[in-house]
Design a protein around this ligand. Structure first.
Ligand SMILES: Nc1ncnc2c1ncn2[C@@H]1O[C@H](COP(=O)(O)OP(=O)(O)OP(=O)(O)O)[C@@H](O)[C@H]1O
Ligand SMILES: [Mg+2]
Length: 159
């Protein structure tokens, strides 16, 4: 596991931007953390870094938002997992084939998620703007890139 600390929303966006430089089509990033932890702002920083100019908003009441930058970015929110319907309705395998996918509250979908994914857990810290970001690579795809990931987020790394 890799741990970063941020002390401002822009730092969290910057960490996400650094990670965005490492992804390729087909990647899945699962964002875990309480309400207001920073999952949507992480996604904003990520998308901006991949040349998305549309405003990235919370997809809570839509199934999935799709953004096109220099790659396609799918943004899902699985907070109300029942709202996403059956796994078939979500068409996750098809979605994952087209671009990079970030899923807020993705831990709610663990049973139907593919093996290879990056899990990002965002936790509140002591101050209002303090966050702890824990990164865990699941599957071989991220193991191969782990040294690159460590280098990309070195400025914010605490463990
Ligand atoms: N270091 C930080 N990193 C991320 N967000 C921060 C930080 N400091 C303050 N914030 C604030 O925390 C809030 C995070 O909101 P955001 O919508 O990204 O959370 P979320 O995890 O997506 O919540 P939800 O589960 O409701 O979708 C924003 O208001 C943001 O400005
Ligand atoms: Mg959100």
């Amino acid at each position: 596991m890799l741990v970063c600390a941020t002390h401002h929303v822009d730092h969290t966006r910057a960490v996400a931007a650094a990670i965005a430089g490492l992804v390729e089509d087909g990647d899945l990033i699962v964002l875990v953390g309480d309400l207001g932890a920073g999952k949507t702002h992480f996604t904003q920083g990520f998308a901006r870094a991949r040349a998305v100019t549309d405003r990235v908003t919370s997809p809570t009441f839509t199934l999935a938002n799709r953004y096109v930058g220099d790659i396609v970015i799918n943004h899902l929110d699985a907070y109300r997992v029942e709202q996403l319907g059956e796994a078939e309705d979500l068409a996750l395998p098809e979605l994952l084939e087209d671009g990079v996918t970030l899923i807020e509250w993705g831990d709610n979908l663990t049973p139907i998620l593919p093996m290879d994914r990056l899990e990002v857990r965002i936790m509140l810290g002591h101050g209002d703007d303090d966050r702890r970001l824990e990164f865990t690579g699941v599957g071989p795809g991220w193991a191969l890139r782990w040294a690159d990931l460590e280098a990309a987020v070195a400025d914010w790394r605490v463990a």
